[in-house]
Design a protein around this ligand. Structure first.
Ligand code: ZN
Length: 254
């Protein structure tokens, strides 16, 4: 299974720089390089974009699916844990995956837009960025019967057209608070759990991947294996787990 790019995400501060430059105004664009390098500061400036919601709740999200080779295993584990999650899907993956997108939605999970193809917006023309968001939204709405509410672009990078593409498609942009670096060949359930713990804060949004279509082959097993461990960690903090729709994000602002 291939996608046009197998590059990994840029360092978080670069993603934030791209987001700030694109959508947060000239003043922030000038000051963002320094400010967004400090997690606590970027969370304060961009609470919605960083996925900060109810402090007793974890928003659990998966990117890059749906994938017949791996997504069903995630659905089974989420069912075992009693969790619902948000799946940021690729339109191209959904079209080639039979009824899997509909199966995810029918299981009570939330389907959101990652993109139509897995290309960073910064390498694409504004019209391509806008068309990509619309095509992915339309594909996922048709396949699941529900219009998506959220968008997280590939690599978390936003071009100047990114916010406009989301607005025209009726989608709210959400990135993440903590990620598991689960795309790496050397990732393990233990490393994923530890990496999420490094950046996680109350009310955070967690990024994992339910497909290896842009990752090391089989890397999704590290994310899958981390879920039971994360359940113990989060239960110990008194946090519940669910999709973004239940996270209490305030729409319409970064
Ligand atoms: Zn991705």
């Amino acid at each position: 299974m291939t996608t046009p790019a197998r590059r990994r995400p840029p360092p978080p501060q670069l993603a934030w720089l791209a987001a700030a430059t694109a959508g947060a105004g000239a003043v922030l664009a000038q000051t963002a390089p320094a400010l967004t390098a400090v997690p606590v500061v970027r969370r304060a400036i961009f609470p919605r974009l960083t996925g900060l919601g109810r402090p007793d709740h974890v928003a659990l999200t998966f990117d890059d699916g749906p994938d017949p080779a791996s997504t069903p295993q995630f659905l089974a584990e989420l069912d075992r844990l009693g969790w619902k999650a948000t799946f940021f899907m690729l339109g191209s993956m959904a079209r080639r995956s039979g009824g899997l997108a509909a199966e995810v939605a029918a299981a009570g999970h939330e389907v959101a837009v990652h993109g139509d193809v897995h290309l960073s917006q910064v390498w694409r023309t504004p019209s391509a960025v806008i068309d990509d968001a619309r095509r992915a939204r339309d594909t996922l709405a048709e396949l699941t019967g529900t219009t998506p509410a959220w968008m997280r672009p590939p690599y978390g990078t936003l071009s100047g057209a990114g916010p406009e593409a989301a607005r025209r498609a009726g989608l709210e942009l959400v990135l993440w608070t903590a990620w598991g670096r689960d795309w790496r060949a050397e990732a393990t359930p233990s490393s994923v759990t530890a990496d999420i713990g490094t950046d996680m804060v109350p009310g955070g949004t967690v990024l994992l991947h339910d497909s290896d279509c842009t990752s090391a082959p089989g890397a999704w097993r590290s994310a899958l294996g981390s879920l039971a461990r994360l359940a113990d960690v989060w239960a110990g903090r008194g946090w519940t787990v669910g999709p973004l729709r239940d996270h209490g994000l305030r729409p319409g602002r970064f």
